[in-house]
Design a protein around this ligand. Structure first.
Ligand code: PAF
Length: 275
């Protein structure tokens, strides 16, 4: 497994194609490893980036304390069969005078965008830059960050980028908690409380499966369940159109049910698709 730190070095590699790419911010877990394994199964070469992208963190967010452990990440990536790891510095990605941004205007405004107004501008810009550096044939993203996935798919379509975006399922702990690098912030009591997100999504699915289509009723039941957990602070509970992310009153086709709940320090997100 090759580890490269500069854009120049990465671009000089003559990697066999098809090339699968998994962009990450490191502190890897089984969710990332599933992305690598899916990339491995469908491509001749797999490249992974590790870059804690400063531009997608708000001024009051956890950029400085975001968990990092490169030696552990490299061991996991090597075991999963990664061919190349790209670990650029912030100065390499955003040199002095950097001034170009990519935005998906409407889709970035809902859900996560309401609470984190500059987040997706940072994500789409860095993913665009990483795509230009790595030039992958296939890029792999997890469904846990459902809005991120939709925003990136839209960017790739709108900018006629020459690659496929592949969505991979969320990997969960045995009690249903979606794996996330930020789960490490949870204290033991908060960790016990955290599966309430998944429980409320399962309640939405149960109501939908029994024939409920009134989104307000499902939202209200989810909120009531979340409120039984005193450690949780609800940020949003959304039932939205999977194409536009506009909130739904009545579920007709597919619906993205998603939520963000602060449990102690971390703000956890999860989602499910109905229909
Ligand atoms: O999902 C992530 O880890 C990040 O948002 C990504 C896609 C690597 C961009 O920094």
């Amino acid at each position: 497994m090759k580890v490269v730190q500069t854009i120049h070095e990465f671009k000089a590699l003559n990697l066999p194609r098809p090339l699968g790419f998994v962009p990450t911010m490191g502190y890897l877990h089984e969710g990332h490893i599933l992305l690598v394994k899916q990339a491995k199964a469908a491509n001749k070469t797999v490249a992974v980036s590790i870059f804690v992208n400063p531009t997608q963190f708000g001024p009051k967010e956890d950029l400085a304390s975001y968990p990092r452990d490169i030696p552990r990440d490299l061991a996991m990536l090597e075991k999963a069969g990664t061919d190349v790891v790209f670990i650029p510095s912030a100065a390499e990605m955003y040199p002095e005078g950097y001034d170009t941004w990519v935005e998906v205007e409407k889709l970035q405004k809902h859900l996560e965008g309401d609470s984190r107004p500059t987040h997706f501008k940072g994500v789409t810009t860095v993913v665009n830059k990483l795509f230009n550096i790595v030039m992958p044939d296939n890029a792999y993203f997890g469904q846990k960050d459902a809005q991120q996935l939709l925003v990136i798919m839209k960017m790739v379509k709108d900018l006629n980028m020459n690659l496929q975006v592949i969505a991979c399922p969320t990997v969960r702990e045995p009690d249903g908690l979606a794996m996330s690098s930020r789960n490490t912030y949870l204290t033991p009591e908060q960790r016990q409380a955290a599966p309430v997100l998944r429980k409320s999504l399962m309640l939405a699915k149960e109501m939908y499966d029994k024939g409920e289509r009134d989104a307000d009723k499902i939202r209200a039941a989810m909120i009531a369940l979340l409120k039984t957990e005193p450690q949780g602070q609800i940020d949003y509970v959304s039932i939205a159109d999977t194409g536009t992310l506009n909130e739904l009153k009545i579920i007709k086709g597919q619906a993205l049910v998603s939520l963000a709940v602060k449990i102690g320090k971390p703000r956890l997100i999860d989602n499910i698709i109905l229909g």
